[in-house]
Design a protein around this ligand. Structure first.
Ligand code: CA
Ligand code: CA
Ligand code: CA
Ligand code: CA
Length: 525
């Protein structure tokens, strides 16, 4: 049945499909259809629970900003969308986390990027933290996002044709990823629900897949996966937290995206003080299925603590992308220091060719200290134009929460091909006076938002100058100094430049980024 449907899609006029304006392997991000990618970022969702009480009404429970790209930024007035906006629905409450996860992609293939917005804190019908996902479609005029008549606007587990049933604490929408899993040219959406109970197993977690089509994202053929699926490795256990993070990309090299699903609390027999696994669901003409999947866990890597974030990129070049997972620390390292687990991709999916990268080696600047959170944010893109993807790594709490970045350049030997580069607010030409607590690096994205054909690296510091009321976003141009990446130009945008009616400066996360660690979803609600 599904295969026939896919054939129908393939027979549709693919030649008329709009050319993506974003770089290859980057999800479509041009929301207003002017040919330049736009930034989508959240404001309050990451911050409202931190105790700041001087909120504007727009900040209650979180808002999402669209910052149009252009030669001068923003290229057009920025816009703010929240749950009181027309067509969004459910209203704004202080307990919401609207924008805690964001993803862009063209669900209806009209050439304009659409946006999925996770709100894992949403209460529905009195079910606290059941969670919802709002889907808004790109349009050419402000606020650049709209509800699409006849399409799903709000998705939860009680939506018709969506498997499952909504329960308190599901945290549906805590993670999101867009990719084209069936290769029909329409973006599809993965939705994580790490709080989902599987039978009596609390917080075992699960992931949902919805497919795009000419009428937008649809629940038709929607499917959910959990670890009790006999075709998936492992079994659902309480506290697995499957769906804590998601990443999409083509690891198997068949030109269809695959979906990596992180189970942050997975217990592996024989490992001590280490949790985490990743199931990779392989794309196919009929979409994602558990029968075609591969798997890796902390049993394959020398790490301690939990696995959390994940991204996918072609760090070795070639057809097979690699998976990079964020771990709490290298085995034996200081708690919270952060480490990356780079997993080589192959035609059969995830391999056991694994490398653990942290600040302890000579190739990476700095040294691993407790709670540095190296890798707490991650962004993928080709910063130097050599066709190998590069990785921007946030060191969120480096130097007492000042924050820093580490740029890893891809090459024939993957992320270890060249020396890494450290970037902070004191690095020339950033020159923004690094200060304790600013959180430089919390939000990261690599995207050509100026339309000059080369990607920029955007970096947010949500607590710039010691206040969430300030905040800053840096737009960095990069190049090479010898074999290493370097920053060649920088500009800083604050709340005044962005000009949206919120009490917060640029926040986190940028759509397309991996989850920021410090999001306290881990505490049962
Ligand atoms: Ca645009
Ligand atoms: Ca669209
Ligand atoms: Ca698709
Ligand atoms: Ca590169």
């Amino acid at each position: 049945m599904a295969a026939a449907a896919a054939l129908t899609f393939v027979a549709s006029p693919v030649a008329a499909a709009p050319m993506p304006t974003a770089l290859a392997a980057t999800p479509q991000a041009d929301v207003n259809g002017d040919g330049v990618a736009d930034l989508v970022l959240s404001t309050g969702a990451r911050l409202t629970y931190s105790g700041d009480t001087s909120l504007k009404p727009n900040d209650l429970g979180g808002s999402v900003q669209v910052l149009p790209g252009g030669a001068t930024l923003p290229g057009a007035p920025a816009a703010l969308v929240n749950q009181n906006a027309a067509g969004v629905g459910l209203g704004m409450e202080a307990s919401d986390k609207f924008g805690a996860a964001l993803a862009t992609g063209d669900f209806n293939r009209d050439g304009l990027a659409d946006v999925a917005i996770g709100n894992p804190g949403e209460s529905v019908n009195g079910l606290a933290n059941a969670g919802t996902v709002s889907v808004l479609y790109g349009q050419r005029t402000a606020p650049y996002l709209r509800a699409l008549t006849g399409a799903l606007g709000t998705i939860n587990q009680d939506t018709a044709d969506v498997p499952g049933a909504m329960e308190a604490g599901d945290l549906f929408g805590a993670s999101l990823a867009t990719g084209d899993f069936n290769g029909d040219g329409y973006a599809d959406l993965g939705i994580g629900s790490p709080g989902e109970a599987i039978e009596t197993k609390a917080r075992a977690g699960a992931v949902w897949i919805l497919y795009g089509g000419s009428a937008g994202l649809t629940a038709r053929n929607a499917i959910a996966f959990n670890q009790d699926d006999p075709d998936l490795a492992g079994a659902a256990e309480a506290g697995d937290l499957m769906g804590w993070a998601l990443a999409a990309g083509d690891i198997t090299g068949d030109k269809r995206d695959d979906l990596a699903v992180v189970s942050a609390g997975e217990v592996i027999t024989g490992t001590a003080d280490a949790w985490g696994s990743v199931h990779l669901l392989h794309g196919s003409a009929s979409g994602l299925s558990a029968k075609a999947s591969s798997y890796i866990s902390v049993g394959n890597a020398a790490t301690h603590g939990k696995w959390r974030g994940a991204v996918i990129g072609r760090f070795h070049g070639g057809a097979n992308a690699d998976l990079v997972i964020q771990a709490d620390r290298r085995r034996g390292g200081p708690a919270g220091s952060g480490a990356l687990v780079s997993v080589r991709g192959g035609n059969a999916g995830l391999t056991t060719a694994v490398e653990v990268i942290d600040q302890s080696g000579d190739a990476i600047p700095g040294s691993p200290e407790a709670n540095d959170q190296f890798g707490g944010s991650l962004a993928v893109g080709d910063l130097d134009g050599d066709t190998f993807d590069d990785l921007a790594v946030g060191v969120l709490k480096e130097d007492n929460r000042t924050g820093a970045l580490c740029l890893l350049r891809g090459g024939a030997a993957g992320l270890s091909s060249f020396p890494a580069t450290a970037v902070g607010e004191n690095t020339a030409p950033v020159n923004a006076v690094a200060a304790v607590g600013e959180g430089f690096g919390y939000g990261l994205r690599i995207l050509d938002i100026t339309g000059d054909g080369k990607p920029e690296l955007t970096v947010s510091a949500p607590w710039e100058d010691g206040s969430p009321q300030t905040g800053a976003m840096f737009v960095l141009n990069t190049g090479l100094a010898g074999n290493a990446l370097t920053v060649t130009a920088a500009r800083k945008l604050g709340r005044a430049q962005i000009g949206t009616p919120t009490a917060f400066g640029p926040g986190t996360p940028f759509a397309g980024n991996s989850a920021v660690l410090d999001d306290n979803l881990e505490t049962p609600k």
